[in-house]
Design a binder for this molecule. Structure first.
Ligand code: SF4
Length: 320
């Protein structure tokens, strides 16, 4: 993945998918993922969606061109009575530049709305503004999550060179929250020794408050071998190599160089606990909610088969 830190525009291509909505369960939370692109132009060095089997991840973006039709077919023939909330997207960015050309996110959101399906969007993009009206008309049943890792432009340009500056994103968030749409910010990953200072976290939380964000949450960086190799380039580009940062990481993540494939390392528990406690205190102090909106579907029952505009389909607010 040497091509990660590059200003070269990726190539776009299309492919067909056999299915597009994939159920998942995480910590008793059930949902469905909808990934309309493969690859991502945002080029985040810490990206968890890059694996050995996708070496072109940042440089070749595939649009799943038949996604809207496949999604509609899947919903029409859905076996259970309700569809759990749909996460758009877990392994790419639904509003990356390719969306301007292919409009798959817009088309699929329209399908979800047609079937009354609750959804939430994860993005680092300002392009979502294009669909402000679309999400606004469905604000009772969707929420939007922006992943923002830093307000420091020098750091952002290095760690995620394809994303917009945070001040641009906060302006976009304000537009959505002013429309009554539930907005959240996920500070993920919080990168030890790079974006984890109290002032850095404070700056993000303060901007969340000013932008009308309701929920703030975050998580420390996890390390795999490919991510670790990119992080070492990040340290170099930020001139942090001399500060003992590599040694700190080896201690914080408890591994030996070279890190082999197959690792998925969590940071030291005490470090993580302190960092998240600080974040939680800052968020609560500002009067916002800490954590991911609670999607507890067990409190509700659906009674009929899924159909277009099914009145018994649970809304997102049923899960919160
Ligand atoms: S926006 Fe998300 S999917 Fe895209 S490169 Fe960044 S972390 Fe990866």
């Amino acid at each position: 993945m040497d091509s990660w830190y590059s200003k070269t525009a990726p190539a776009f291509d299309s492919k067909k998918s056999k299915s597009i909505l994939h159920p998942f369960t995480v910590n008793n939370h059930k949902g469905n993922t909808l990934n309309l692109y493969q690859g991502c132009q945002h080029r985040c060095g810490y990206c968890y969606a890059t694996y050995e089997w996708s070496p072109e991840f940042y440089d070749k973006i595939y649009a799943k061109s038949n996604a809207p039709e496949i999604l509609e077919n899947q919903l029409r023939s859905w076996k259970s009575q309700v569809v759990q909330p749909v996460m758009i997207s877990s392994a790419t960015d639904a509003y990356q530049p390719a969306e301007l050309k292919f409009e798959l996110t817009r088309k699929c959101v329209k399908v979800l709305q047609k079937y009354n399906i609750p959804y939430y969007v994860f993005t680092k993009s300002a392009l979502i503004s294009r669909d402000l009206q679309l999400h606004k008309q469905y604000k009772h049943n969707c929420f939007l999550v922006w992943s923002i890792t830093t307000c420091n432009e020098n750091i952002r340009r290095i760690i995620e060179p394809g994303t917009p500056p945070s001040f641009v994103l906060f302006k976009v968030i304000k537009k959505f929250s002013d429309c009554g749409i539930t907005c959240a910010v996920n500070i993920d990953p919080i990168i030890p020794r790079i974006t984890d200072t109290s002032s850095e976290i404070e700056a993000i939380v303060e901007n969340c408050l000013k932008s009308g964000v309701s929920y703030v949450f975050g998580a420390p960086l996890r390390l795999r071998s490919d991510i670790w190799e990119r992080m070492k380039i990040v340290f170099k580009l930020l001139n942090r190599e001399e500060t003992g940062v590599i040694k700190d990481y080896i201690t914080l993540y408890d591994f030996k160089e070279p890190m082999g494939p197959g690792y998925n390392l969590h940071v030291d528990k005490t470090y993580a606990g302190t960092m998240l406690k600080n974040l939680e205190e800052k968020v609560i102090e500002k009067g916002m909610l800490f954590g991911f909106p609670n999607l507890d579907e067990n409190r509700h029952m659906a009674k009929t088969k899924l159909k277009v505009c099914n009145e018994n389909q649970l809304t997102l607010m049923n899960f919160m």
